[in-house]
Design a protein around this ligand. Structure first.
Ligand SMILES: Cc1ncc(COP(=O)(O)O)c(C=O)c1O
Length: 467
């Protein structure tokens, strides 16, 4: 009899080959939309195809359109890769295919997530009584934490948002950094608070909210307040001054939430933890396991000190589901109903690395980012815009024949594109201080010192050729 799971063997071989060749197979621009669609587009099949053929078809159609983002020479955005145990357990998670909504529908998944949540609190040294949820990403972690915030700040103003909704509710004002990530705005939108309620506060030259201005602004608003602070903004990894800002916020009865999509992991290393001083005074924290912890997509983590607010804003009951008396039912803490047991790969990653291994990963990435910026600076026509204080650096390339900012913007983009075209490494651009810049983001467990040196050589060649 034919093995009914033959397609899995095929997928395994293909996956291994992809991972083993990540270093070589780095060209992201081999194909374009038309070529991809030409391979994938067909009339919706009337009849089925055997599973192995489906897998082969997908591999052949997609292989030229895959970015080498799990690899060690991918420095664009803040992506991260997949640690072997995390990836392997992610496969198991799919194969076990548990509905991790309830203990009764996935007992082991519930137990794994219960343990993992405790480990995360310990690793990040956040209040141990906090509740947590494994979400799809930091976006939904913001949504989860800010739902709890909305519940609590309105409840303190004698308003039950769960029952009465937002129409007629006391208006909530959200104070945040001008450099906040767009996912904060979107969470505020999802929550019906509305982006007009967001008040962006100016930052200093280090990208941190100005304390005096913060105090002045929040004093002006009478009524429910939520503050969103940065634990590493996406460009320069700026950490707000938690020790100064949070006590002020607390004096004004505000809920303080922290966007720590990758920066919260700075707490895992004694060397970088000081950047986050005072962060433990906040009320909620959102982070990602799929960034710096190198768990495959998708996995965010919401952490909320006020368990009651968290649970009341998420919990769900229905006649056909059986809440467990003592075990963890994830449906009480997450915005989803049916869900994947995405805490399992986090458990695996934390077990594979241990506290020491996470600290080492964080420190290595920071060292590699610094090395890159130090070496790039020695090359012609380069300007360092941000020297890394964590794992993010900003660099700009100065057009030797140009005079204006626009010329340098164009030249910077041209250099980034040329490097990406070599297929040896991948970078992305951003804007900082009115300038187009190249971001250097190091979050991958696979990046080595040698990778950095090789990548610097590529820049050297291109900069010399274009000078
Ligand atoms: C600082 C920051 N916050 C939030 C997010 C959103 O995270 P996710 O894409 O996991 O939802 C990102 C994503 O890049 C980020 O860099």
């Amino acid at each position: 009899m034919k093995d009914k799971y033959l397609a899995l063997d095929l997928a395994f071989q293909e996956a291994k080959s992809w991972l083993e060749n990540l270093d070589k197979n780095t060209t992201p621009t081999k194909t374009d939309r038309e070529q991809l669609l030409a391979k994938l587009m067909m009339a919706m099949p009337e009849y089925g195809t055997c599973a192995e053929k489906v897998v082969k078809h997908l591999v052949n159609s997609c292989k030229d359109g895959l970015l080498p983002s799990p690899g060690g020479k991918f420095f664009a955005w803040v992506i991260g890769g997949g640690l072997p145990s995390a990836l392997a357990s992610d496969w198991l998670t799919s194969s076990w295919d548990q509905n991790a909504a309830l203990f009764t529908s996935g007992p082991a998944a519930s137990a794994v997530e219960e343990v993992t949540g405790g480990w995360v609190l310990e690793l990040l040294d956040l209040p141990r009584q906090s509740s947590f949820a494994f979400t799809t990403g930091c976006q939904l972690a913001h949504f989860t934490c800010l739902s709890a915030a909305r519940y609590r700040v309105l409840e303190e103003n004698n308003w039950d948002v769960g029952e009465d909704g937002l129409f007629g509710a006391p208006p909530i004002r959200v104070f945040t950094s001008e450099h906040r990530h767009g996912s904060v705005d979107r969470a505020i939108r999802y929550l019906g608070i509305g982006n007009k309620s967001l008040q962006a506060i100016q930052t200093n030259k280090n990208g941190q909210i100005k304390v005096a201005e913060f105090e002045k602004k929040i004093k002006e608003h009478v009524g429910p307040k939520i503050i969103v602070l940065d634990a590493a903004d996406l460009n320069i990894a700026a950490f707000d001054n938690f020790s100064r800002l949070i006590p002020i916020a607390k004096e004004h009865n505000a809920w303080v939430h922290v966007d720590g999509a990758f920066g919260l992991f700075a707490r895992a290393s004694a060397r970088t933890k000081k950047l986050t001083e005072g962060i433990e005074l906040a009320d909620s924290w959102a982070t990602d396991a799929h960034k710096w912890l190198n768990v495959p997509f998708d996995c965010g983590i919401a952490i909320v000190k006020d368990q009651e607010a968290h649970r009341n804003s998420m919990t769900m009951h229905a006649s056909y589901i059986t809440p467990h008396k003592t075990a963890r039912d994830q449906i009480d803490w997450t915005p989803e109903w049916s869900r994947r047991a995405r805490g399992i790969p986090v458990y695996a990653a934390l077990m594979e690395l241990g506290k020491n291994g996470v600290a080492d990963l964080i420190e290595r990435c920071c060292d590699h980012c610094k090395l890159f910026v130090d070496e790039i600076e020695k090359l012609p026509n380069t300007e360092v815009i941000w020297r890394p204080t964590l794992n993010q650096g900003l660099v700009r390339f100065v057009d030797p024949k140009g005079k204006t900012n626009a010329d340098h913007d164009f030249y910077t983009k041209q250099i980034i594109d040329s490097v990406n075209k070599t297929g040896e490494a991948f970078f992305s651009d951003s804007r900082w201080d009115g300038k187009l810049v190249m971001r250097m983001s190091v979050v991958n467990w696979q990046t080595t010192k040698e990778d950095i040196k090789q990548v610097v050589k590529i820049f050297e060649k291109i900069l010399v050729e274009t000078a």
